[in-house]
Design a protein around this ligand. Structure first.
Ligand code: RIB
Ligand code: CA
Length: 316
């Protein structure tokens, strides 16, 4: 079966780490590179976390380092969620060998311009790197199949009342991506807050060998933030896993195409993904907005990948 060629852009971060476990253990994706971006933490820290994760999973992947800040503002990180390291409490080797330093833009250019097949970009952090690639290499955009993002929301925000964190981190970059003409799949809070891994499932995952213990430790540390919230999820919304899960099997998601604009000026609405449900603007329907996910199948996808990597029975 033909594998989907992908480049992942991430800011690990707990949920990024779970998404990377799914992506790196899955055999339906041909991961050409993974780039780190500033977001949950500084790019120095997300870059190092990315290398630590690949090292722990014993996966040899080309890695690039993204820009240090959004296009027009300073970085406003999510250290209150992911800690000062970006993976606080997760005990994986820190003394790792650093790869040859490549910038994410150069990595994307090299892979996309030399690929014989179209590339899918999976972006699960702020979109600064993707926007800079679009600005610098417009002639290569026809080589990109689609851009699957974790970001946005058709209704509420989680960084502000209006805006989701990844879009709010660099709304101008998001506008460039959404207006690029490349098809965008938006896995926003509409669907990612349904992608819950329940506390009751943490123990089951922990029993699945070294990778299961790794995933469970990430989930337990991620859950510490959610336990402080008024809103009780009884688990953690593993936002980023939706973008990877869609790339692997889009049939477990439901969505619809709309025109989506990004608010870049509003005092209370900066970073909002404005979904034109009634097609008032009569503009191109540039985004497939995801609204539903079969949560059980998504979590089973992760658990089966961890099991299969441990040589356990793989339920196809
Ligand atoms: O809003 C959730 C998103 O913000 C996720 O990508 C999480 O990792 C943080 O970056
Ligand atoms: Ca992320």
């Amino acid at each position: 079966m033909k594998k989907r060629k992908v480049i992942i852009d991430c800011d690990p971060g707990y949920d990024d780490a779970i998404a990377l476990i799914l992506a790196l253990l899955n055999d339906k994706l041909d991961i050409k590179a993974i780039n780190a971006t500033a977001g949950n933490q500084t790019v120095d820290k997300t870059y190092k976390n990315l290398i630590r994760i690949c090292n722990y999973l014993n996966k040899n992947v080309r890695i690039g380092k993204g820009v240090v800040k959004p296009l027009f503002s300073e970085l406003s990180d999510a250290s209150h969620v992911h800690g000062k390291t970006g993976l606080d409490g997760v005990n994986i080797p820190n003394d790792i060998e650093m790869p040859k330093l490549e910038t994410s833009i150069d990595v994307m250019k090299n892979i996309i311009e030399t690929s014989t097949e179209k590339i899918t970009i999976i972006a699960i952090g702020p979109l600064t790197n993707i926007a800079l690639f679009i600005i610098n290499y417009p002639d290569l955009l026809n080589q990109i199949d689609e851009i699957i993002i974790m970001g946005g929301s058709s209704f509420i925000g989680n960084r502000t009342p209006s805006a989701e964190f990844n879009i709010h981190a660099d709304a101008e970059a998001a506008r460039i991506v959404f207006e690029s003409g490349v098809p965008v799949i938006m896995a926003g809070l509409d669907v990612t807050e349904k992608s819950l891994i329940y506390e009751s499932e943490f123990d089951e995952i922990a029993k699945l060998g070294k990778n299961g213990m790794f995933a469970a430790e990430i989930l337990r540390n991620y859950n510490k933030f959610y336990l402080t919230l008024e809103e009780k999820f009884n688990g953690v919304p593993v936002h980023d896993i939706c973008a990877v899960g869609y790339a692997i099997d889009s049939s477990i998601f439901e969505g619809k195409e709309y025109h989506v604009d990004i608010e870049c000026e509003g005092k209370y609405t900066y970073g909002r993904t404005v979904v034109d449900f009634k097609n008032r603007l009569k503009k191109e329907k540039n985004v497939k907005v995801l609204f539903e996910v079969d949560r059980d199948k998504l979590v089973k996808m992760l658990i089966d990948e961890i099991k299969s990597e441990n040589g356990e029975v793989y339920n196809a």
